[in-house]
Design a protein around this ligand. Structure first.
Ligand code: NAD
Length: 732
């Protein structure tokens, strides 16, 4: 069985069909390249063949390169991996260039065979790079199909000629949303943008007809013709100059220079634009090799694609529990979180009973879905019918009797154990025996809350992040007695609402908040020490955090921080380590600088709540020291303080799987995505260096940087997390 097959028709058209056995969508593998090349060679050499169409046996063309293959490319590239990768890439370029030149004479550009691509639907990544090498791209008029080059989203860039060809076809400016942002579009829009050439009812028939009628001039690519000029201008053209200078500033502004793929892509485009096409392909291959050699690309693919998808598909789901998909969910508390949970559940087709103390409050919670859908209609992402359908699934009420046939309850009432216990009992009195009860608490121990339940085995934490409809991570927390069916129920529910789950054991702040609170605290601590707030915030962003710690606490609010600090101190007593931080937090609270909502925090805001800049009021209270620390020291404090917490969570068995530690960190609080997550980041540093750095940071800043035993042991054995724990890990 091969991925590519060819049929030569009596009409003189050879149709090469891509149809990977056993897969619903084509993906490119290493083995398939030579098959494609062999068939192209055969068709080009056969005098009976007048033209070639590359088509698909699926309802789409291809989803791209198999990312599992890309993730392992470096390891499988031999003893000199950079050379191996470069040569492999040049081999692929050779095949695509053979398609593009199609046997034409090098000097006269005549005598080639027309080759067209017939796309029945989606064509992404290499699935678009192959068509871009053909002479004409025909796509079915399929509004659900996606056309694009999304490589940048997983830390690489289009490295099979897509970068070089798209820029030459469209110009650097027009190509930039597709290359730099991975923008994907439906065929009609892709045609309007100039990526594909034709949108037709029957792409195979249209492509066949075209290849039979195409002339020499139709199959000569503009960049192979004499006098080619790049659309929009090459870098030394006045218009091109503006594009390239602007692109560099824009990319650095957006990425702060931490994503190797974005930089390499820009270099490949810029350098490639200055030289002939074949040299440009070589430059593209060199930069692509550079990206593949950088651990960031492999780590990003591993966390953001392979492991994220594995978790979504139930990698950690108890295997012997039957399907637990939710039919009716009861949401208790129609506040900020409850309203969001009701919305995403109803969108997923689940019946929702939304309960609050007063009917007005329940109605307000339901109105959140209404206004969300209205915004969707305004943006043409939803229809009035869809809105009615979603709204009709939500019953807003105060009546617990409506929960009698619910199979899952999610409680999102006030963060108060007494209130939560009352609600739990009230629910237990009306629900079915097998109903699973979940709490959305962010700070209260699940095992404690479970005591109010009549069945602790059926009690679990399902912790959403705010805003629910935007945040992709859901943290599922097992209490001491939580059973497998509750875990399966929570996982099946998260799958229904299309989010990414991690499953952790019960401990203070679970996983995400356990890591993010120290990040915020470290930023505040530095303010107290006299580190310039601008240095703290920029250091965080320049190491890939989406928000600096001070902006983050302004967003989540200072009073919430103060509340958590007081509760934690009460629970921990003398062992409480964050007195220094609290001094700043409590001062801010006293000053009414509660963050964005109060239009004053570590930042100043205008009357509409727009952030203006870091506040002088804060630095007046905590003056900046004359000597400022080095950027790398600030960055290491901010990343180590989170990463060591992740290691401790693993060591203590809160995290049960390193994949969840990394995926959860990126999706939950945006931990430097370029690194692949905190454990991947420590692997990049190497355990021996990381352990040494812990010692230095501990000496300089205190016990919170103490090297965990697990990391010390790994340093001694020179191990990595992914080496030691493999993909499916048990805590040490
Ligand atoms: P909120 O104050 O916006 O909403 C709480 C709602 O619960 C209110 O509408 C209130 O009327 C209702 N309520 C209180 N007692 C009730 C009772 N006995 N019966 C029915 N309804 C009752 O709070 P929120 O921000 O939505 O948080 C709710 C829960 O989610 C808390 O446990 C919180 O810790 C957790 N959580 C919050 C966030 C966040 O970012 N806000 C994130 C994750 C988890």
């Amino acid at each position: 069985m091969t991925d590519f097959t060819m049929e030569k028709g009596a009409d003189g058209v050879a149709v090469i069909t891509w149809d990977v056995p056993g897969k619903s969508m084509n993906v490119m593998s290493m083995e398939a390249w030579p098959q494609l090349e062999g068939l192209v060679d055969d068709a080009l050499a056969d005098d009976a063949v007048k033209g070639i169409v590359i088509a698909s046996g699926k309802d789409s063309f291809a989803g791209g390169m198999d990312l599992n293959v890309i993730a392992r490319m470096k390891e499988s590239a031999g003893d000199d991996p950079a050379r191996g990768l470069f040569e492999g890439l040049m081999g692929a370029h050779g095949i695509l260039r053979k398609i593009e030149r199609a046997g034409m004479d090098a000097k006269t550009n005549k005598g080639g065979k027309p080759i067209a691509a017939a796309l029945p639907g989606t064509a992404l990544g290499i699935g678009l790079e192959i068509p871009l090498a053909t002479h004409r791209i025909f796509c079915a008029d399929n509004p659900k199909a996606k056309i694009g080059l999304p490589e940048i989203m997983v830390g690489i860039f289009p490295g099979m000629g897509g970068t070089t060809r798209l820029v030459r076809k469209m110009g650097a400016m027009a190509a930039s949303p597709f290359l730099l942002e991975g923008k994907m579009m439906a065929p009609a829009k892709a045609k309007a943008a100039g990526i594909i050439d034709e949108v037709v009812a029957d792409p195979l028939a249209a492509a066949k007809e075209w290849v039979l009628n195409a002339k020499d001039a139709d199959i000569l690519k503009p960049w192979d013709a004499k006098g080619y000029k790049m659309p929009g201008g090459a870098p030394y053209h006045p218009a091109g100059f503006m594009t390239f200078v602007g692109a560099s500033a824009m990319v650095n502004g957006k990425t702060k220079g931490v994503y190797p793929a974005a930089k390499a892509l820009l270099s490949a485009v810029y350098e490639g634009a200055l030289v002939p096409f074949d040299t440009a392909l070589k430059i593209e291959a060199r930069w692509f090799t550079n990206v593949l050699m950088n651990p960031s690309s492999g780590n990003m693919i591993r966390s953001l694609f392979i492991n994220k998808e594995a978790l979504e598909k139930g990698a950690v789901r108890p295997t012997d529990v039957p399907d637990q998909r939710v039919k009716k969910v009861g949401v208790l508390g129609a506040g900020m979180m409850g309203a969001g949970i009701a919305l995403v559940s109803a969108q997923a087709g689940i019946e929702v009973v939304l309960i609050d103390q007063k009917q007005e409050a329940a109605d307000r919670g339901k109105a959140y879905t209404e206004s969300f859908m209205d915004k969707g209609i305004a943006k043409k992402k939803a229809t009035p019918e869809k809105k009615e359908e979603v709204l009709s699934r939500i019953t807003a009420t105060t009546d617990y009797a409506a929960l009698s046939d619910a199979d899952l309850i999610i409680e999102a009432v006030f963060e108060d154990p007494k209130v939560k216990a009352e609600v739990t009992k009230a629910v237990d009195a009306v629900t079915k025996e097998d109903c699973i009860f979940a709490t959305n608490t962010s700070t209260l121990p699940i095992s404690e809350l479970a005591k109010a339940s009549k069945n602790a085995e059926q009690f679990i934490g399902i912790h959403f992040f705010s805003p629910v409809e935007k945040m992709m991570l859901v943290e599922i927390i097992k209490g001491g007695e939580t059973g497998d069916r509750a875990v399966a129920k929570a996982l099946d529910f998260v799958r229904q609402i299309r989010k990414t789950p991690i499953v952790v054991n019960d401990a203070r702040f679970f996983y995400a908040n356990r890591c993010i609170i120290p990040y915020i605290n470290e930023g505040i601590r530095m303010v107290k020490e006299g580190v310039a707030p601008a240095l703290i915030e920029n250091a965080a962003k320049m190491v890939g955090m989406p928000l600096g710690p001070l902006q983050l606490v302004d967003e989540t609010s200072i009073d919430l921080g103060a509340k958590i600090a007081r509760a934690t101190k009460a629970a921990m007593g003398d062992a409480y380590p964050d007195g220094e931080v609290d001094e700043v937090i409590f001062w801010m609270e006293g000053e009414g600088r509660l963050g964005r909502k109060a239009k004053a925090g570590f930042y100043d805001y205008d009357e509409k709540g727009k952030r203006l800049g870091l506040s002088g009021v804060v630095t007046e209270q905590y003056p900046q020291a004359k000597e400022q620390p080095a950027l790398i020291d600030v960055q290491h404090r901010l990343l180590f303080v989170q990463s060591l917490e992740a290691v401790r969570a693993l060591e203590e068995g809160v995290l049960m799987d390193i994949r969840e530690g990394d995926v959860g960190a990126i999706l939950g609080w945006g931990f430097a995505p370029w690194s692949g997550g905190p454990l991947s980041w420590l692997d990049m540093l190497g355990a021996p260096y990381a352990a040494d750095r812990c010692d230095q940071l501990e000496d300089a800043h205190g016990a919170r940087f103490h090297c965990p035993d697990l990391l010390r042991d790994m340093a001694e054995k020179n191990q990595s997390f992914y080496g030691r724990f493999g993909d499916v890990s048990e805590a040490a």
